[in-house]
Write a protein that binds this ligand. Structure first.
Ligand code: EPZ
Length: 421
């Protein structure tokens, strides 16, 4: 199994190119099931999660071709040959549950394995199911599978989510594109990922208004056609690399980075004493002074502070001046990086969904274990700042969501390599 070895210390300077967004690309790929014409995606990130979903789509009859060294994906759902998304694949990747909406809308039937919980929380799918039932589907749970049927097609309706769910909004909006009549989704996700998915659906002929707001109105159409769509920049990869020069010092330009992708994150960086400046090519990040200041964070749906950047901010707070409070409101078990950071000398007290971090002058390299994707990134960031060697094991988590992370960090001066143990 691979591990990442980081020798800490030293400033970071230079440029990092931000890749296409993993979470957006996964949902865009599932949208290919909505049409019998080709959907071509560009700026595709080369990640294991993308391959896994490609395998699932192939199992449903979709043709998936990778072109241009994997950065372009040509999808063709000309004929759906199978309506069942198997447990063996869905269990590996929760985002595969988002084939449910498109498959049901196109085929009037879909059987998709329940994804199950994951390390960061139980992650129910009740809102997804309720939304599709509201559109007229009959849903039965059988043997760990969701069996959804709508023999006469889906019908537009008003769906009001009790709280924001990115995945449920995306399943509902994709399903509604082919429903009869008008669907209104209230309390919809406003994440840039959802907005990009809607942009692609519109390019495919869908009629959707309100992208980026809490209310989406979808006028169902008879069929969608093919399109070519460029995947937006990955805002979580962007935020992760913005933390790197903040922790280590130096100045790094994130090419392709945009302020509108990261909501409250920039304001919290500012509170921590980090300057972010827009450049022609992206965003330039540098610390204002010698030290990072303690700043509090409460995660929230977009445009609030992203849960997917909570672990990275915690890594930065470990050596900040003062005590910060980090509150996680989206997932119930997303502080698994804390015990690992404590192994490196951090002072962190976790109490339920709140972590208090008191900055120390120095972290020390240690052997630590990655527990999920963003936790892995936080351990690498801490390792870059720590004295001595940090070895992060179980980096397969990292490979799910960060394209060429060692190469990108080495490019700005980090001492980081991958080893097989
Ligand atoms: C998406 O997950 C992202 N994944 C996550 O990124 C991200 O952390 C999350 O949105 C929040 O921004 C993908 O897009 C593939 P939710 P999703 O539905 O859609 C609860 C990463 O590191 N909930 O918005 O699954 C749920 O348990 C990942 O890249 C229900 O209770 O998140 C959570 O507490 C991890 N019932 C909250 O809502 C439901 O039916 C928000 O989850 C659905 C969700």
């Amino acid at each position: 199994m691979d591990s990442i070895v980081v020798q800490g210390g030293g400033e970071l300077n230079g440029q990092i190119q931000i890749s296409g967004a993993k979470n957006t690309c996964l949902k865009l790929m599932s949208a290919a099931l909505l049409t019998d014409e080709p959907l071509t995606l560009t700026n595709v990130p080369r990640l294991s999660d993308i391959k896994t979903l490609g395998t699932l789509l192939e199992s449903l009859g979709c043709e998936v071709a990778m072109l241009n060294d994997g950065q372009v994906m040509a999808l063709s759902g000309r004929e759906i040959t199978n309506r069942k998304a198997d447990y063996e694949i869905v269990r590996k990747l929760r985002a595969s549950f988002n084939v449910l909406g498109p498959l049901l809308a196109r085929e009037n039937e879909a059987i998709v394995s329940l994804p199950g919980g994951c390390a960061i929380g139980a992650r129910a799918v009740d809102l997804h199911i309720k939304a599709l039932e509201t559109l007229g589907a009959t849903i039965e749970l059988d043997g760990g599978y969701v069996h959804a049927k709508a023999p006469n097609g889906l019908t537009g309706a008003v769906i009001e989510f009790p709280f924001v769910s990115v995945g449920a909004t995306e399943n509902a909006v994709t399903a509604a594109t082919l429903a009869k009549g008008t669907t209104v989704i209230k309390n919809a996700a406003r994440e840039p990922d959802t907005v990009d998915l809607i942009k692609c659906l519109v390019a495919m002929g869908a009629k959707i208004e309100g992208a980026g707001t809490s209310t989406l109105t979808i006028e169902g159409v008879d069929h969608l056609h093919g399109a070519t769509h460029e995947v937006i920049a990955d805002r979580i990869e962007l935020g992760t690399f913005m933390v790197a020069p903040a922790i280590c010092g130096g100045s790094v330009e994130l090419l392709g980075g945009r302020l509108d992708l990261i909501g409250a994150f920039v304001e919290r960086l500012d509170a921590a004493g980090i300057n972010v400046t827009e450049t022609d090519g992206g965003l330039l990040v540098a610390r204002r002074g010698d030290v990072v200041k303690a700043a509090d964070v409460t995660t929230a749906p977009f445009p609030g502070y992203p849960t997917d950047l909570q672990a990275q901010f915690m890594a930065m707070m470990c050596t900040a001046e003062g005590t910060s409070t980090l509150e996680e409101t989206i997932f119930e078990n997303r502080f698994m990086h804390a015990p690992e950071l404590i192994r490196m000398g951090a002072k962190i007290d976790v109490d339920g969904n709140t972590a208090k971090v008191t900055g120390v002058e120095q972290l020390n390299g240690a052997r630590v274990m990655a527990t999920d994707l963003r936790a892995s990134a936080s351990l690498i960031l801490a390792g870059l700042r720590a004295k001595g060697e940090t070895v992060v094991s179980r980096v397969y988590h990292l490979d799910r969501g960060y394209e060429k992370i060692e190469e990108k960090l080495r490019g700005v001066g980090a001492n980081i390599e991958r080893i097989s143990e």
